[in-house]
Design a protein around this ligand. Sequence first.
Ligand SMILES: [Zn+2]
Length: 259
Amino acid sequence: MIYITGDVHSKNLLSWEHEGYGSNAKTSIRYLEILKKYGLSSTLFVNGICLDDEEKDIRKLLDFDVEFGGHTYDNFGNNKFNIFKSYINRKFFNCVYGPSFYQKNDIKKTRISFEKFGLKMSSWRTHAFGSSDKTFEILQENGVKYVSDLLGCTKPFCEKGIIHIPINIPVDQSTIAFGPILNTENRSPFAGCTKGRINPEEWLGIVLDRVHNNEKNGIPSVLLLHPATMAYIDNFRLFEKLIKSLSNYESAKISEFKL
Ligand SMILES: [Zn+2]
């Protein structure tokens, strides 16, 4: 079983994502069209602010076989100090997502944006995988049951009412080199953004190998493929190649996961 997930960020996020391809909401249409072509379903983790401010574009995504999960309200404040802020959060509050009072407010705001939109927020991924145990507790109080923001080969597990479904396939955005490969020493596919990077084709090979092995061993594969990254690399050519190869496998949405 494969679980294809993507993150949809607000159009105001100041980053390369929006410079050449417009909003993530618009980019996601192409993403979902390709998944539809190959008969695969997916989960998109969407910023609450997108449901409020880009309602028309976001509603179009629901014509496809997709479910929405929460992805914070606006990536911790939605401004150019994001990297600085996540550093401060980690240093002083021991959590990228920030102090508990902030998380409480942000998760509630996201839940309300889902409700106003007419959806129930039952799954979640914190932006930048910035959760702490406190985050999971607050999510549970807000009706979230499924969380997919741990990275690595830990098996899915249930803890304090939350089913954790870790991303066990190397993530596109933190693995692929955008441009020349500078660091040739650390080439771990789970390396962080500042460490080793590999070229897109090499990443594709690793992803397919891993999914194939997981299928052989009855292990679910959880992938994070960002619509913005797939647009940015080569306007979805690599994505279509990957999806075509995955189309032999059965797919499901995060909230369909059974332990
Ligand atoms: Zn994100």
